[in-house]
Design a protein around this ligand. Structure first.
Ligand SMILES: *[C@@H]1O[C@H](CO)[C@@H](O)[C@H](O)[C@H]1NC(C)=O
Ligand SMILES: *[C@@H]1O[C@H](CO)[C@@H](O)[C@H](O)[C@H]1NC(C)=O
Ligand SMILES: *[C@@H]1O[C@H](CO)[C@@H](O)[C@H](O)[C@H]1NC(C)=O
Ligand SMILES: *[C@@H]1O[C@H](CO)[C@@H](O)[C@H](O)[C@H]1NC(C)=O
Length: 461
């Protein structure tokens, strides 16, 4: 059967399902669109790490609690909002391109004619600071969280950020829409008291962690797709684009859109396939650096999970979160960096494929069927949330109410592969505690894997 015939056949069987209103004779589509439903490729949804915030689609489970369930506590780990550019990406890809652009203002043509007058929106003296549009987006995410947890948010009195201005400023802006914002204490975590730094910025408490893994694989892949893009664009560009220039130009689509709060013209320059190659180059890098290809990742994701489940447990047993949290607080927010949500996702397998096969990241071609898609987790303001729910039915035994845990990534619920038998594919609390207990046991050697063997060398670095 051809693909078209198959699509038609399945469309026909969909029509044959019982109609909602019994008297209705024929089913007609609500809107006479073609089969693509007006689908348009959007590069901003394929830029891991550098796109403005968007809600992920996930698996189609709703962000609001499943029927019959109430959320009784929630904790979110939030990446800071849009910055002007990441230092390293700026130095490696963007700046060399901008340098050449300054020397060649003439000779741009065709789809790139606008480059002769284009100005970089990146302010070099504040590269890693929150941008004004990043601040606006933070307030929007805060408003969404308030609507989603209107009973819990008003009791939030303490929020965590780290010493960087971009996390603190994001926190300040995120709570703008909360009426009680003047009573909130944004605490900057600068000491590892009770493991606070290990859960908020675990990679910075881990000497063995480095941002190097994946660099080589990524370069290999960039050197495969970059040259063909450069060749395609050569007629419109006054100098020879290197593969790194191609990456720099693609990054400017993300950063310019994030800085100005509107889509950059550069986003229209590349084909869909070129964006998918860019996306893979970064999923590849993140897989090796902060994901399933780095054996440190689950060790770095567990401290946060463990700390939150301790808070939830304490709320259950003592009616207070303990550990220095205000007694009434039930909604928790921690502001961190792009590395940390992927560690947590890796520890739980939230971005694993449903097959038991180990994820594979070849450096010479795209793995189209990978589940690891970081564009959906770490745009600016990307977040992973953990909810504790009470549901009417679902007691371990009998008919009474039951307790469940659910994970959310950018408003989309993401089931834990090993535990999804509860309402809305959530995980029964007892099973979750078991899972975390086992994980904590397996990953308790944080210091053993993190502390550099050669202490002396580490100290003098
Ligand atoms: C605090 O909330 C009020 C009311 O929502 C708002 O007008 C004000 O700007 C907020 N203040 C800060 C510092 O965010
Ligand atoms: C997720 O995938 C990784 C690597 O592919 C594997 O080691 C891990 O056990 C998986 N986790 C779950 C929860 O299935
Ligand atoms: C892609 O990754 C999956 C696991 O997620 C693996 O089973 C498959 O072999 C990989 N495919 C390619 C073409 O590398
Ligand atoms: C959820 O909250 C509503 C409103 O407060 C309440 O009527 C209902 O009984 C609660 N359900 C559960 C399972 O706690």
């Amino acid at each position: 059967m051809s693909l078209r015939a198959l699509l038609l056949a399945s469309a026909a069987s969909a029509v044959a399902l019982p109609a909602f209103s019994a008297g209705q004779q024929a089913q007609i589509p609500l809107q006479p669109l073609d089969h693509s439903q007006g689908y348009q490729f959007d590069p901003l949804l394929h830029l891991p790490g550098i796109s403005p915030y968007f809600d992920a689609v996930g698996f189609g489970l709703e962000h609001k609690a499943p029927e019959g369930c109430n959320v009784s506590a929630a904790s979110y780990l939030v990446r800071h909002g849009a910055i002007y550019a990441n230092d390293k990406e700026y130095e490696e890809y963007i700046k060399p391109f901008l340098w050449k652009l300054e020397k060649h203002r003439d000779g741009w043509s065709g789809p790139l004619s606008f480059m002769s007058k284009w100005q970089s929106p990146i302010e070099e003296d504040k590269l890693e600071e929150l941008t004004p549009s990043g601040a606006v987006d933070a307030a929007k995410v805060g408003k969404h969280l308030l609507e989603r947890y209107e009973d819990l948010v008003p009791n939030t009195k303490r929020i965590l950020a780290d010493k960087k201005s971009r996390t603190y400023d994001t926190a300040k802006n995120l709570i703008k829409a909360w009426a009680h914002n003047d009573t909130i204490d944004i605490v900057r975590v600068t000491k590892n008291k009770d493991g606070a730094m290990e859960s908020l910025i675990p990679h910075k408490s881990c000497d063995a962690f480095s941002k190097e893994p994946g660099a080589e694989e990524q370069e290999t892949f960039i050197n495969i797709y970059g040259p063909s893009v450069a060749t395609r664009l050569a007629p419109y560009v006054p100098f020879k684009l290197t593969p790194k220039d191609v990456v720099g130009l693609q990054q400017l689509c993300g950063y310019e859109s994030a800085i100005n709060g509107k889509r950059s013209d550069i986003c229209g320059v590349f084909t869909d396939a070129e964006w998918m190659a860019y996306e893979y180059a970064w999923d590849l890098k993140y897989a090796y650096m902060v994901g399933p290809m780095n054996p440190l990742s689950p060790y770095l994701g567990f401290p946060w999970l463990h700390a939150q489940s301790k808070i939830f447990q304490s709320i259950d047993e003592r009616g207070t979160p303990g550990e220095g949290w205000p007694d009434e607080q039930r909604f928790f927010l921690s502001f961190t960096h792009r590395e940390v949500p992927p560690f947590v996702a890796t520890a739980l397998g939230l971005f694993n494929s449903s097959s038991k096969a180990v994820e594979q990241f070849p450096a010479d071609h795209i793995n189209w069927t990978r589940a690891w898609r970081m564009a959906d987790l770490i745009p600016f303001l990307g977040h992973v949330g953990m909810e504790k729910m009470t549901c009417e039915r679902g007691a371990v035994s009998g008919e009474g109410p039951g307790e469940f845990i659910r994970f959310i990534a950018n408003t989309a619920p993401r089931p834990i592969p090993d535990c999804q038998s509860g309402p809305g594919a959530s995980c029964p609390l007892a099973d979750f505690e078991d899972l975390i207990g086992k994980g904590a046991e397996r990953h308790k050697d944080f210091h053993k894997v993190c502390d550099k063997k050669d202490k002396k060398k580490g100290k003098h670095e």
